[in-house]
Structure formats: C-alpha cells, structure tokens
Write a new protein. Structure first.
Length: 197
C-alpha cells in the first residue's frame, strides 16, 4: 500500500530553496572565493533556477550577506553554548574565546567572516553583523564581568573592539598554520590581565 505524502507548503518550499541556495553558495564562496563564484555556478549547485535565486536574494552580494550572517550566528551560538552563565566571569571569557577559535577553525569560516566579508560588504557592515553576533557575546560577557567587579573598569566599547580584533587575528594566524595552543594561551593571559585580584 502506497503511503501518501503531504504536499509541502509554500513556506516549506521557500525554506528549502533558500537553504539550498545558501548551502551551495557557502561551499562555492569558501572553495573559490566570492569574486570567483558566478551566480550560474550557485544555481547549478543548488539545483534551482536563476529565477529562484533572484526571488530569494536581490543579487549575489545579498546572498553572500545572508551566508555571512548565518555563519556569524553559528559562531555566537558556539560561544554561548561553551560559556554558560554558571561559570565565573574569567572562566566564561576564556571558554568563550576557546569556543570562538574552535568555531572559526571550521573550513572556510575565516575566509567568509574575516577576509571576504569585509572586502565584499565593507568594514562597517561587517562590524554591524559582528555586533549582532560574536562581538555581542564578548561585549555582554565583559559588561557582566565589570558589573560584578571581576574585571577592571575600562571603556566597554574600546575593550570589546580591541579584544575582538585580537581574537580575529588569532583565528587568521591559526588558519595560516600557527599554533592554536599558543594563541589561546596568549589570549587567556590578556584576559587574565584584566581580572581584578
């Protein structure tokens, strides 16, 4: 007896098509780069039409923006998962930093978020995306730690920006073959230097 399948709703079809486009685009953007990826390559890899691409995204840059936003959200989720509220402020910052480096070790992620992202979308748009995700988690952790008296009182925006830049630089160095243990140790020491004894 053949089992009837329920027809997919418009919303399910939309989500499936959008997910296929983003998955194909992510793969191509990380393998070839944004500049070397053409929209026909994306639609072919996704198994959809060009019309479907332009129904869901204004252009290749809009699709790239969506992929970058999704990647940044995944990084933030990893940080939050690995730095739960029950940890001390110092432990949360260190564990969050380790989680960031581990999340950025996923193939292609440093290219998307730290190289092509700023080149394609511009620094201010990448900063806005980061402020919604990874930098947000860092800023919140620093704010809580200062409020609790666990960290020295420093200008929060400047501290977030400089620590975030240090973590980004570490991710790039590790991607290029540098020791992740060395970079994690230095970043932990930087955080340790902010701790109120």
């Amino acid at each position: 007896m053949q089992q009837k399948t329920r027809p997919r709703s418009n919303r399910e079809r939309t989500q499936t098509t959008r997910a296929a486009l983003m998955s194909a685009a992510r793969l191509l953007f990380t393998e070839k780069s944004y500049a070397e990826t053409a929209t026909p390559d994306i639609v072919s890899a996704a198994g959809v039409t060009r019309g479907a691409l332009y129904h869901h995204f204004a252009d290749k840059q809009d699709l790239f923006r969506a992929v970058v936003e999704q990647e940044a959200a995944v990084v933030a989720e990893e940080i939050e998962r690995n730095a739960p509220p029950m940890l001390s402020a110092k432990e949360a910052l260190i564990k969050g930093g380790e989680a960031f480096l581990a999340a950025m070790a996923v193939p292609g992620r440093t290219r998307l978020l730290l190289l092509d992202g700023p080149a394609v979308l511009g620094r201010s748009e990448m900063d806005a995306i980061d402020a919604r995700h990874g930098a947000r988690t860092l800023r919140e952790g620093l704010a809580i730690a200062m409020r609790e008296g666990a960290l020295r009182e420093l200008p929060l925006d400047a501290l977030t920006a400089l620590l975030s830049a240090a973590f980004d630089r570490a991710a790039l160095a590790i991607e290029a073959g540098a020791s992740s243990q060395d970079h994690a140790a230095v970043l932990a020491t930087l955080i340790d230097g902010l701790v109120v004894e």
